[in-house]
Design a protein around this ligand. Sequence first.
Ligand SMILES: *Cc1c(COP(=O)(O)O)cnc(C)c1O
Ligand SMILES: [Zn+2]
Length: 463
Amino acid sequence: MRIEEFLIPKPGGDLKYECIGCCSSYPLDRFLYTCPQCGGLLRIEDSGFERLLEVPPEGWREIFDRRRLLRIDALKGVFLFYELILPVVPLEDVLYLGEGQTPMVRANEELSRWVGAPFQIKYDGLNPSLSFKDRGMASAVTFVNYMIKRRGVERVLGICASTGDTSAAAALYLAYLPRDRVYPVVLLPEGRVTPAQLSQPLGSGALVIEIPGVFDDCMRIVEELAANYEVCLLNSKNPLRILGQKTYAYEVAQQLGWDTSGLVVVVPIGNAGNVVAIMEGFLDLRRLRIIPELPVIIGVQSEHANPVALWHRTGTYTPVDVKPSVAQAAMIGNPVSFPKVKKLVEEHYRERFQVVEVTEDEIMEGMLVTNRHGHVVCTQGGEAVAGLRKALKEGIVDPQGKTLVVKSTAHHLKFANFQQMYFESGFPEGYRVNIREDLRNRPVKLPPSAEEIARFLGLEPRR
Ligand SMILES: *Cc1c(COP(=O)(O)O)cnc(C)c1O
Ligand SMILES: [Zn+2]
């Protein structure tokens, strides 16, 4: 086997939609979100996966490592892992807008001590629309592009419900395709996305529809639209989104030199597409024998939006009515991908899956303290750091011999309004955030005079 033959991948594989409920499968030649037989969730299965086992594990590691040095746009982002994403789409149809290959940054000693052990943060806020949603949008909108270019689809109305970041990513990726072929529409819960998140789809030229209610209300509407009309649903219910989001797992493994022994990955859970993709991603690598073992996955939820935490604690799943949360991107009471979480946990992860619940205070503290030590995490990243801290405190994780990786899902600036509220004591009713004076920071107003500023700072004159 010569590695060179695999460096630039050729189309292959035999991809199908497969129902996680009744196991029926359907050809991947249209947009499909639920099983026409039983209404179950769909995943994408490559029945040609066996062919990938002809390459030995060390071969795959070398292929993925050497691909990073190529100068081929299509392979620079999530499609670096082409064989594990959408190998039926030719490279010319792959969209690359700068997503993926996000850095992993080590927490300094002081922050590690505060959290309880050394850890690293993988910055998915450094994707082009500033959240990890770009990973999944790169795969889903690549498929849209492929359907338009190769499958005779004339026009696509791309639609999604969003807590803010899905709509920013969908609008961005759809804007890259010819406007006469795609029509981007996003549904947002009015007043429940941040000003930065609202400006993103508007700036990308999407039609933005605001409706009263919360995310779960928007989701119900787009689900109904997707079931009854010709639209392309771009929520993570669309299994094509999960494909790209699996690359978070591949990248963590690659950045650790493919050694996942003792790995613990901490992620916030909202609609649960993210955590499903990460669990599936590590399973792919395990199936290819590229990694020695599956990691432990720790999901984190706010006590104001905690259906998965409740299920994990009690064994019973019930949707909850959400309360206002600063981790607004995860403020979801009935996660669409929950059945996939349950199945993955029961079949593969078992005690390797844990859920930690944190308070709103702990989320804000997690974000503010982390960022005071040289990071740019969002409120959901703060939630994940707070979750790791709690997991260590409660003995859910023994740090001995472990590699701890926290996912910061978006860039801090998208959620800077929550920091602003904290610093200016302006949280609306319902959040129940108690402000700690020592974590606040405000601008100081001084006259435009070096002398006055020097006096304020107590500077010694130069001798
Ligand atoms: C979407 C999102 C989440 C939640 O991810 P799910 O896939 O919905 O569980 C968390 N943080 C941020 C910043 C997000 O945009
Ligand atoms: Zn089915």
